[in-house]
Design a binder for this molecule. Structure first.
Ligand code: ZN
Length: 261
């Protein structure tokens, strides 16, 4: 069995905007999943905002090794209970890739704990992505750089924490630069942010973009068993401490109690 990928698409502009519908007649999520399924070792399925629980039930997440998220117009419509469930899965070891405007999605902002803001301009500029981490597995097969003829500009400062590694830096025709490929570890989960993918351009049909997303899936995949309750905070009493100790001094809590949150 290959790596099980779920692609979440909010599927809004594909239904409302003729340009987007022409580029992605089955939806952007379907184009992304289709590209992943054309190669070996990955089995990609899709879910959308419009499905009950956005398709991201506990069962679906349990069967997802890597979740890919594309959203833009309807971040606010994503149910908080689903966001909780997605973040729990990441902390427990699920890999996650956030694409383009998912920088403002609820799960990305939760996992980053920062504003995740940036500057932007919709002017069809050329974007050149430079590889900044030599031999990083996410940049495998890319060379020194690659170009997208038309993209939306995202500019620094990007309001995210310092990443584990910066894999790509973008230059735009208008002069701005942006950290376009960032890796994070959140709990047991590997998280990758990848910038390109404005919906009015054919970005997800680009072979280099498809290759980076595939590489990102392989990088984010964690074969270890998912941690069942990654937020657990158990009370380790003296009788079960790794070394023999005697309790001393005043105390606030009873042995084994839940503790305060
Ligand atoms: Zn955009």
């Amino acid at each position: 069995m290959g790596i099980r990928v779920t692609v979440y698409g909010e599927n809004v502009h594909e239904k409302k905007n003729r340009t987007v519908a022409d580029l992605y007649p089955e939806g952007m999520h379907a184009a992304i999943a289709g590209a992943l399924n054309r190669g070996e070792g990955i089995e990609a399925t899709t879910v959308t905002l419009q499905e009950p629980e956005h398709g991201l039930t506990a069962e679906k997440l349990a069967q997802t090794d890597v979740l890919i998220w594309w959203g833009h117009a309807a971040h606010g419509d994503v149910q908080d209970a689903v966001v909780d469930r997605v973040c729990d899965a990441v902390w427990g070891g699920m890999g996650m890739i956030f694409l383009h405007s998912a920088h403002f999605s609820k799960p990305f902002k939760r996992l980053m704990g920062s504003p995740c803001n940036l500057t932007w301009r919709e002017a069809g500029e050329r974007e050149r992505l430079w590889v900044t981490s030599r031999n990083h597995p996410i940049a495998a097969g890319i060379g020194d750089s690659f170009e997208l003829e038309n993209e939306e500009m995202y500019g620094e400062p990007f309001g995210v924490p310092e990443p584990l590694e910066t894999v790509f830096v973008s230059w735009f025709q208008g002069g701005e630069v942006f950290r376009s490929g960032l890796t994070y570890k959140r709990g047991a989960g590997n998280v990758f942010y990848f910038r390109p993918g404005h919906e009015t351009y054919p970005t997800y049909h680009d072979a280099n973009v498809q290759r980076v997303i595939r590489n990102g899936v392989n990088w984010a995949y964690n074969p270890a068993a998912r941690i069942a309750d990654p937020s657990a905070a158990p009370n380790i009493t003296v009788d079960i401490a790794p070394e023999k100790i005697v309790e001393r001094g005043p105390k606030l809590h009873q042995d084994g109690e839940e503790g305060l949150r």
